[in-house]
Design a protein around this ligand. Structure first.
Ligand code: OGA
Ligand code: MN
Length: 303
């Protein structure tokens, strides 16, 4: 196996891994080491099955199960995977004006998956089952590097601050109505996250994203302005690795130290079927929070 860098700052490709067979310890160790260093790792190969995807994911931690489904509800994919596609249950492209599409639109803002959940989030593992022939990249930034690059005055300012994250907040920014956001808020209350995280090697990392909307102990507007300033700083082109999807790609990212976002493509014209497994650092395999019956069955992409 060989690890090749994809960007000067972070992100790499792992060559020579076969995900159609159960991962052995050598593969697990290689992936863990590459992830610790590069934060984003792409494994290219043939399109594997949902079951192979789930088996691979479970080798790295307990799954965070999608919370918006009943396990026996009709689905396009195996239970345990999140649907990040633009497709409905029959595999047809959803209406651009649908709630589903509006939810997906929120994914085009830089975020860390599940930062609104009070769970020990580890990685997302997103697989390209159908990819558009052009555009629709997924973009990433390394928040450890972003932290290093922050002016010292900003580092001092944010050192002990805590942000409140909520799914409703990022969906409002993506364009869902205030009424829909209210229902989301009731079902998913959100979580508190420090603005500065410390990684296993002691390296500090910024932790913001589109789910963050308020800073503890700060007037709302001031907190919002600080979050926006940090997000704008983190979103500079020079920090971004933009992943061009190829069929069969398995792209893994670390939600603790990286942000990601989707980008636009010809939504009405091209199918884009991406399926995601999320793993936590430890704990039980479970969905976050209560099953939100308040949410319309349409709203499938909790990201
Ligand atoms: C996700 C996500 C972005 C994309 O699946 O969590 O944010 O490019 N996807 O689809
Ligand atoms: Mn996401």
């Amino acid at each position: 196996m060989e690890v090749r860098k994809l960007h000067p700052i972070f992100a790499a490709e792992l060559i020579g891994a076969d995900l159609t067979v159960a991962p052995d310890q050598a593969l697990i160790d290689t992936v863990e080491a590459a992830m610790a260093e590069h934060l984003v790792l792409c494994i290219r190969g043939p399109v594997i099955s949902d079951e192979e995807h789930l088996r691979f994911a479970r080798a790295f931690g307990p799954l965070e199960l999608p919370g918006l489904f009943k396990p026996d509800a009709p689905r396009r994919m195996a239970y345990g995977l999140y649907d990040a596609s633009n497709l409905d249950i029959n595999g047809e492209i959803v209406d651009r004006e649908s709630l589903r599409a509006k939810f997906a639109k929120g994914n085009e803002l830089f975020h860390a998956d599940s930062s609104f959940n009070d769970m020990p989030s580890k990685w997302s593992m997103l697989r390209g089952v159908i990819v558009p022939p052009e555009r629709g990249d997924t973009q990433f930034v390394d928040l450890r590097h972003v932290y290093d690059e922050l002016p010292q005055a900003m580092k001092d300012r944010i050192e002990n601050l805590v942000a409140e994250h909520s799914y409703a907040a990022s969906r409002i920014r993506g364009g869902v109505s205030p009424e829909e956001a209210e229902r989301l808020r009731a079902a998913m209350p959100g979580a508190l996250q420090p603005l500065v995280r410390v990684g296993p090697t002691g390296r500090k990392s910024l932790f913001v994203g589109s789910h963050a909307f308020r800073i503890e102990g700060m007037p709302d507007a001031e907190g919002r302005a600080l979050i926006d300033e940090l997000l704008a700083f983190a979103s500079q082109d020079k920090f971004i690795y933009s992943h061009k999807w190829q069929l069969g790609d398995m792209v893994i990212w670390d939600n603790r130290y990286a942000l990601h976002r989707g980008t636009e493509f010809d939504y009405e014209r091209y199918k884009r079927d991406l399926r995601r497994a999320n793993v936590n650092e430890y704990g039980e395999e479970r969905a976050a929070g209560p099953l939100p019956s308040a949410i319309t069955s349409d709203a499938k992409t909790a990201a």
